[in-house]
Ligand binder design. Structure first.
Ligand code: ADE
Length: 302
């Protein structure tokens, strides 16, 4: 005899404010009616919209990927608790990230930048999580500061697996998904997306932490793409030490190790790009003990 598990419905939750929205979904804060202390983030996807926009595939990818990644409880991955649907919508009940988007934290910092200590702290958490995601055979494909959330302690969580590639297709996948500024040259030039393409986005994020804007940004998407494929960004020159800050044009001394690491990541050929194990061995991370998960996973508000 099998026990029937009651499926959740929207009536089980009290929907609160909107937290954000994407191309085919809106995320709301919601409270569990049986335990009002428990907050979730519920991603609501309109069935009509998904079908009309041909996004059924992406919604299924997101669900399967989160189900797969969520099982091992990695601290850096947003957890999927339940999914259910009604006539109009699909619902994903996710961890509520009380600290919001890392991007908002960047915006309240001077010039939209983090200092070296904060940049390293967040990079370490992203790298640890990305290594885990890749070890499950999954490519995120849309890493960017908007997809990095913070929990109530200020620990980082990666979200939005709607563009991820499923493990069935391990090493490469094709077709453009993602965000112009963080997209890799191999995707633009050869319609290829590899594990190394997530590493490319990591380099763009590191550059943005330090400088306040992504490395490749044109007046429109096409100009941005042209900059990416020609590796046209301010740190791609031989001037290692004295760099003009993009926001205020004052000379800004950036740690040469950060510039060195960024250059090793932002390498056009994905086969020559530094890999995650070698990033962890880079001198900028000499003071990090990658085995010590407790010290890596400290929150900034703890
Ligand atoms: N914005 C988008 N997803 C979110 C989540 N899971 N928690 C908090 N804010 C979000």
């Amino acid at each position: 005899m099998s026990a029937t598990v009651k499926k959740h419905t929207p009536q089980d939750f009290i929907f609160k404010q909107e937290l954000g929205h994407g191309a085919y979904s809106t995320v709301y804060k919601a409270l569990d009616k049986r335990n009002l202390k428990k907050a979730y983030a519920i991603k609501v996807c309109s069935k009509n919209h998904i079908i009309k926009e041909n996004k059924v595939k992406y919604v299924n990818i997101e669900k399967n990927t989160l189900n797969l990644l969520g099982k091992t409880n990695h601290p850096g991955i947003i957890k999927l608790y339940y999914t259910f649907h009604d006539k109009q919508n699909l619902y994903f009940v996710l961890d509520y990230a009380k600290g919001g988007e890392l991007l908002s934290l960047l915006h309240i910092q001077t010039n939209g930048t983090f200092d070296e200590l904060y940049s390293k702290h967040f990079m370490v958490q992203i790298i640890d999580t990305l290594e885990y995601i890749h070890s499950c055979g999954i490519i995120h494909r849309d890493l960017k500061p908007e997809n990095l959330l913070l929990d109530k302690w200020g620990k980082l969580m990666i979200t939005d697996f709607g563009a991820a590639s499923p493990p069935a297709n391990m090493s490469t996948c094709s077709s453009f998904v993602g965000t112009a500024e963080y997209v890799s040259p191999e995707l633009l030039l050869f319609n290829q997306c590899k594990f190394a393409s997530d590493v490319w986005a990591l380099g763009c994020i590191l550059y943005q932490f330090i400088n306040g804007t992504p490395p490749f940004r044109g007046e429109n998407e096409l100009k941005t793409f042209e900059k990416i494929v020609s590796l046209d960004y301010p740190w791609n020159n031989n001037n290692n030490n004295l760099l003009l800050h993009p926001n205020n044009n004052t000379a800004n001394l950036t740690n040469p190790q950060i510039i060195n690491l960024t250059r090793k990541i932002l390498t056009l050929n994905p086969n020559d790009r530094i890999t995650i194990p070698n990033i962890k061995l880079h001198p900028w991370f000499n003071d990090i003990n990658w085995q010590d998960k407790d010290s890596i996973w400290r929150g900034i508000w703890q």
